[in-house]
Every structure is written in C-alpha cells, then in structure tokens.
Design a protein. Sequence first.
Length: 332
Amino acid sequence: MLVLGIETSCDETGLAIYDSDRGLLGHILHSQVNLHEAYGGVVPELASRDHIRLILPLLESLFNRTGVKKEAIDAIAYTQGPGLSGALLVGSSLAEALAFSLQIPTIPIHHLEGHLLAPLLEKNAPSFPFIALLVSGGHTQIIHVKKIGQYEIIGDTLDDAAGEAFDKTAQLLGLGYPGGQALSLLAEKGKPFFELPRPLIHKKDLNFSFSGLKTAVLYLIRAQENLTDEIKADIAFAFQEAITEVLTKKCLHALDQYQLKQLVVSGGVGANKQLRQKLTTELYKKNYEVFFPRLEFCTDNGAMIAFAGAMRLDTSLKYDLAFSVKPRWQLA
C-alpha cells in the first residue's frame, strides 16, 4: 500500500511517499526559516501563503523523484492538527481534493503522533510499549506510548517548552532566529564557568518548567560588565548543560517509574548533540535503550506523517468529503 504524507502544520512544507512493504520511497521538505527570520518568529499569514505557493510544485517533484504515479497512491495522510489554522488548511484541502479525484481514502494525523512514530522509520526501531520524550519549540512532554493510538501524557511543560527556551536564550545572546542550533554550536566553544538552576529536577513528578531558567540567563547576562564572545559561549554552555540534565533525569525517572527500558526521543530539540550524548551515556549505565530519528526527521516532515498514516490505514479510512483542521488538539 502506497501512502502519500502531507505536513503543513507550521513553517515547513513536507511531502513523502511510504510503501507498507518497501518502506520510505522518498520525501521532500521546504523550510521557511529564511522567510520568517526578519520577523524574529513565524508569521502565520506568510507561512500559509508560502505553503500555497510551493506545495503543488513540491508534490510534482516528489512524484518525479520517486517514479510513483499519482494514480498508484492508495491513501493520503495529512496533518490535521495541532498547528496554524491557515497552514493546516493548505495541506488538508490538497489532501482531500486529490483523494476525491483519485477516489481513495484520507487519514487525518495528529502532528505529535507523527513525531512520536518517526524513530520507527529507522532499521533499529523500538517495540511497543515505550517511553517517549517529545521535545520541540512548542512541546516538552513525556509520553507513555502503549501502542498505535494509545498515548498517555505523564509529564508536560508548565510554561516554556525546551525549544522555546533555546530560542529565547539565543535571542538574549544576540544569535538571531531561530537560535536553538546556533546556541548549541556556541555552547561547544564554552567552558563550565557558570552554574544555572535545574528547574524541578528534584521533584518526583515528570513535569518541566523552563521559564525560570530563561530568566536566570537574562540576569546572568545583565551581570556581565563586558559580554564578550567567550562569556557568551560559557553562558550557552551552562544553559545547555542545565536543560539537557533536567530532560535526562526526568526521562530516567519515567523509565524507572513505568518499568520500561526503551526511550524514544523526537522533535526538533531531539537533534541536539549534547542531549543525544547525555541520554545515550546515562541510559547505557542502566542497560536501557534510546532511539532517535535521523536528524532530517527531527523537524517537521512529511515522512513521519506518511508513516503514521500507513500504521493507521486499517482503522482510519475516510471516504466522505467533509474535513476540518484542529489547531488545538490534545494528543491523549
């Protein structure tokens, strides 16, 4: 069965074709980072217009790359939410229109479910059940993944998500937008000179809070008489150490609490080099396993949506013409 995946929840236009027998046949992704950089954040109207401008050329390019004819597609999976309303409508309306013309079903997919299942695209994939750390610009959650469609959120952020804290700290350091990756690169040049708080690290629950950490960085920056590049690197190092230590400790606590030995890490912050190293090292000490998607599947992409659609193909068939988007949609 061939499933076309369409992802347009925010500022990436992602398309992919997944074969239930042969795996991922191909994917294509366009990022709007350069478009939104001048505004210091995503502008919803511009994001929607860019999806409209590029989605059909990208779809044609995907068919050409893979050699798949559109008539061979058996179902279309698309991101129904959460995300930006206008952006979601671009992908969903294309999916429904194309499916109607081909007389095939559509499979509306929860964006976060796509991220959760992205590591299953790899050859070395986890088995159900497992614990997942979903860590991105909009979400920081620990989830008990029982099987496809059964997700229990056991830890959540009380304020800023980890990715949001990365971007805001990067802005405080003058690194621009989006700043998470730039901050991580800067941290590699830093030394363990400063110490920053580890919010909620000693709490028994699995929740997160990063707004206080961001505020601590602000006061630390203000306390510097001369904010040199070296000091900026040391602050970036201290921030990254604090946030990755909290994430690692909470994940270990979740694995122990639920008596599971497999951790899946997904979302944009899942690409962070220090977080990957720390989780791998600490879980290895306890004979636990950690699974990451390849770097290109950490950010929003069509491959994860196509795969999630293939996993739900037997239970989510939809032939009617009505559709809607869900900008706010709880995973559980």
